[in-house]
Design a protein around this ligand. Structure first.
Ligand code: S3P
Length: 175
């Protein structure tokens, strides 16, 4: 089977928006793993963090990746921003598909997520500084996990869809 197209990157990098948009021309169903977990648990991500803690949520992310091996058609998957942090998840991702890192600068992310209340990790006194620190920590990990990097600060949806399709098309040529 053709590999799944897997999108990773920091919160607010546009994984769900771009993933959903590219799923139409690719004719592949789109799965947002946060939404997948929310529907299994019957709770939002914030409620899962509050009721069970972050470690519980992280385990659900690994469960979700494992469940993706049962999909019978190639999908477009948007992963939660923290999913690639576990080495086990990165191994699963390698087997599951072609991974694209949507890379954005901290300033871009801050502008996009200002006032957002759905990300429990950013409900703090200084979200701008938190974003900067977390991106500095995570960027090397996202790079390591990625087969391809797409810079998304300049948000031109049509161009990004084309670039993504081209990268994935090269990967899957002949499949
Ligand atoms: C998280 C990212 C969120 C969600 C949770 C934790 C993270 O997903 O999984 O709030 O650790 O980066 P998005 O990247 O879709 O916002």
């Amino acid at each position: 089977m053709k590999p799944h197209l897997i999108l990773i990157g920091y919160m607010g990098s546009g994984k769900s928006t771009l993933g959903c948009a590219v799923s139409y021309p690719l004719r592949q169903c789109f799965i947002d793993t946060d939404k997948w977990i929310e529907s299994k648990e019957g709770l939002t991500v914030s409620e899962i963090f509050a009721a069970h803690g972050e470690a519980y949520f992280r385990q659900r992310e690994t469960d979700c990746l494992k469940a993706m091996f049962r999909e019978r058609e190639p999908r477009v998957l948007a992963l939660g921003g923290g999913t690639p942090l576990r080495a086990e998840n990165r191994e699963l991702m390698k087997k599951l598909g072609f991974t694209v890192y949507l890379k954005a600068e901290p300033e871009t992310i801050y502008e996009r997520l200002k006032g957002d209340t759905t990300r429990p990790l950013l409900q703090c006194d200084n979200p701008q500084e938190r974003i900067r620190q977390m991106i500095a920590e995570r960027d090397p990990i996202y790079r390591e996990a990625a087969d391809f990097i797409l810079q998304v600060d300049d948000w031109n949806l049509k161009r990004l869809i084309n670039e993504l399709q081209e990268a994935y098309g090269h990967e899957t040529a002949g499949n």
